[in-house]
Design a protein around this ligand. Sequence first.
Ligand SMILES: Cc1cc2nc3c(=O)[nH]c(=O)nc-3n(C[C@H](O)[C@H](O)[C@H](O)COP(=O)(O)OP(=O)(O)OC[C@H]3O[C@@H](n4cnc5c(N)ncnc54)[C@H](O)[C@@H]3O)c2cc1C
Length: 454
Amino acid sequence: METKHPKSLDELKSLILTQEKILLASAQTSTVIPWSQLQKLAPQYFEDGKYPSIVSLQSLPSKMELRSIEAENDSIYIEGPVSWREAEQFARSHGRRMMTMPTEDLASVLAGLATSCTGEHAFGYGTTRDQVVSLSYMNDLGEVNLLEASKSLKSILPVGFNFEALSEFQNFYQLNYKNFKNAPFQRLNKATDLLVGSEGHFGPILSATLETTKAESVSHLFIPLKHKWYEDFSSHLKLFQWGQKFRGKILAFEFLDCDSLKFASKIDVGESLNNNQDYLFFEVLENSVEELFESLSTNAIDFEIDVDQIFNMESAKFQLLRKSIPRAVAEHVDRLKIIKQGTDVQVSPDLFGKLLEQYKIFKNKNIESILFGHFGDAHLHYNFFPKNSWEANKVQIELEELYSALPKWGSVSPFAEHGVGMIKKKYIANFNSSLNEGIITILKNRYAKNKLFF
Ligand SMILES: Cc1cc2nc3c(=O)[nH]c(=O)nc-3n(C[C@H](O)[C@H](O)[C@H](O)COP(=O)(O)OP(=O)(O)OC[C@H]3O[C@@H](n4cnc5c(N)ncnc54)[C@H](O)[C@@H]3O)c2cc1C
């Protein structure tokens, strides 16, 4: 499969106008597109069974600028292949901060819009789709269009579009997925929603303006828990409920189970943590630490925590630890040349106990596994590490059963972070309804009718 590297928008347009099937690529960190194994995949993994050419957007020119919308509300304008890490460094140099930061900060910001990427800061700052002020993209005719979040999607759709069906879809989304990091489908409310979460289906995103926030001092607090979640998660759940009251003061509300820590220690981080214990950890606005401590002390008996054991971790070490576990998972999968077997499920808060119950069933299968992630958002990653093909098949069956059962639970999003890509495509059908499929088909027929983009 050939990879092309256009160096200008004219070169990109020429590639699009050849009408060859294209798989867009940025930093290639997606875990749902097995980038290193694409050549080996059977044709049925690709739409229409045709192998696409890969068009890398990493050689296009790049640019960053801070733009003032209101005096207190600076935004960042990003063009071309800028990573989240570079955007954050740039924003920080102006006293600002990106509101989204995926754990893989080498991923590209514009690809992040295509995957509607989120991360730990969704707890405090909300979702990426709400931080987009505007974006531009190239359509399948090679034309560049600008979409603005201040406009509704309806306002840019042509006369004759099925607006009634779109309204019905929007009501359904609002009712079931409003507070989710990502639903099983795009939101399709603002004009920019056409591209956010489109995973490249409507063409390459070329630039975007994103809201930033003031860079305030933060602390990173770790709370050791008395019980391992798979023995007793009652205090985990109490702390989950408690944390919801502090959204905005707590910016990230994360979890590492004891087995994740064993995994992290293999790559030499987390030496000050006891890998026989689960931990909740928070990024908290410095000026809210005292209030949080007070509240935790008041509830310490009920939460079964010892406030004297709560400790602060220096920011750089926190970042290293936080990233080390998903990175170790990705490296493990890459090294063994296997497809990742894990979950990216988010549930509504009332279903969080049920999700933990389900993960307990997984744990009892006695296959090496870890649980970590975005606890405060009821969004955890369960990763299995099967040792042989027998275990791998068993895991596969478990995951398939989970994805068939989830739609019956209520408001559940099967892939709240990493998108659908190729790996999860077979599961998404369980979550589709004629309503959202109908709308997406109409939009694809209108905006990507030649199915050029994967
Ligand atoms: C260790 C690790 C941690 C991760 N943590 C997170 C996390 O916290 N949150 C999260 O959301 N994801 C996470 N991911 C997944 C991944 O980093 C994100 O999906 C990321 O947004 C992909 O960006 P990328 O530049 O690598 O895109 P790629 O992998 O190159 O592409 C991803 C998809 O976007 C399409 N695409 C790429 N660029 C564009 C563009 N400019 N316009 C239109 N379509 C485009 C591609 O066709 C593809 O479908 C993680 C991955 C790893 C390995």
